[in-house]
Design a protein around this ligand. Structure first.
Ligand code: SF4
Length: 355
């Protein structure tokens, strides 16, 4: 198995993944958040140490990135939800706009990256609950001198062989992008920023190569190894891989309400061939994208979700009725979100991320 942080993976076997890459399974730390409670965050590296440091009031922070090169969809929302959760706990939050990476690995122009960041991503992040006043938000192309000197220095602390062992095939653009990311993950520990402290990076499992290289480099630089959590991938609407190049495979946070509802109603279900059969056997809930949408995004209340599970698997409820509930949830969410996003746009204008 090879994880590719520059191409989206579709991983089904999370046990195999954690075993092969030496990730740790997420223990039950009693964290009251649905991503933890429901096992959507399935693995980690040193998250237990991060959480212990946080509880002991030691300096900790989280860091995450925005890739400004395409529409923001509900797969991206998973990281935002986690960041907002940590920020609400009082944890320092850094959000980087990966405009250099967008250019070197995806060919996104500077103008397009700025437009995506300012008009699409940041307003959506704020609408989802990120407080920009309590966050450090920076663009890779427009940040402090110590950060630039640091990632240049880091490039001399690894070899091409070491990088290939982590990433597999590499191009100059990917090498450049990886080194900038190393600067992102490790720079909070420099004396110019927070100093030595544990930094948590919540990511999808495909980003683990960056985490492994950052942890190796931290050791070489006598820094605290960064921690990471890994969450499951969001399944595409039709049941296959979600892909930014296939708009019907995802719901965008910017989709008009009627488009978002239409996509949600087209989501793959675990319904049987006939109503009679489904009443008899119950739905195949583990194959159902509608249920995943509930579990990840639209039903944070466990009681409500458990009731859907019970009614589906017992055959008491059929997919038509279930989708009527989804329609209401999606409409309500998208309407409220669009209003918050419009307000957030005014805040973003004043932030000067690229100036
Ligand atoms: S009843 Fe709902 S949860 Fe069950 S398979 Fe149908 S759509 Fe999915």
């Amino acid at each position: 198995m090879q994880l590719n942080p520059w191409g989206s993976e579709s991983i089904k076997d999370y046990d195999k993944l954690t075993h092969e890459f030496g990730m740790q399974r997420m223990p039950d730390l009693g964290i009251d958040n649905h991503y933890f409670r429901r096992g959507i965050i399935f693995g980690h590296r040193d998250f237990d140490k991060f959480w212990k440091d946080f509880k002991a009031k030691k300096p900790v922070s989280i860091l995450t990135g925005i890739m400004p090169s395409g529409p923001m969809h509900f797969g991206h929302k998973m990281v935002v939800d986690q960041c907002v959760f940590y920020q609400n706990q009082g944890i320092k939050t850094r959000v980087l706009v990966a405009d250099v990476e967008a250019r070197t690995t995806r060919g996104t122009t500077k103008e397009d990256a700025e437009r995506y960041a300012l008009e699409e991503y940041l307003p959506n992040w704020i609408a989802l609950g990120l407080d920009p006043k309590k966050s450090v938000i920076y663009a890779q192309s427009n940040y402090g001198v110590p950060y630039y000197s640091f990632y240049s220095l880091l490039s001399g602390r690894t070899t091409l062989n070491e990088m290939q062992a982590v990433y597999g095939e590499l191009s100059p653009g990917k090498i450049m992008s990886a080194m900038v990311q190393m600067g992102d993950i490790l720079h909070p520990q420099l004396p110019d920023y927070d100093g030595p402290s544990r930094v948590l990076v919540p990511v999808g499992a495909d980003q683990d190569p960056h985490i492994r290289l950052a942890r190796d480099l931290a050791e070489k630089e006598h820094l605290v190894k960064p921690a990471a959590t890994f969450h499951r991938f969001a399944t595409g609407i039709g049941g296959s891989k979600m892909s930014s190049s296939k708009p019907n495979s995802y719901i965008s946070l910017n989709d008009p309400i009627e488009v978002a509802v239409k996509k949600a109603l087209n989501a793959l279900t675990g319904g049987c061939n006939t109503a009679a059969e489904q009443k008899e056997t119950g739905g195949k809930i583990e194959e159902c994208v509608v249920y995943e949408l509930y579990a990840y995004h639209f039903m944070p209340d466990d009681k409500e979700l458990t009731e859907i599970y019970r009614k589906c698997t017992s055959g008491e409820m059929l997919c038509g009725e279930c989708k009527r509930i989804l329609r209401e949830k999606v409409e309500k969410f998208m309407k409220a979100h669009a209003a918050k996003r419009e307000k957030a746009k005014k805040q973003v204008e004043k932030m000067g991320v690229f100036r």
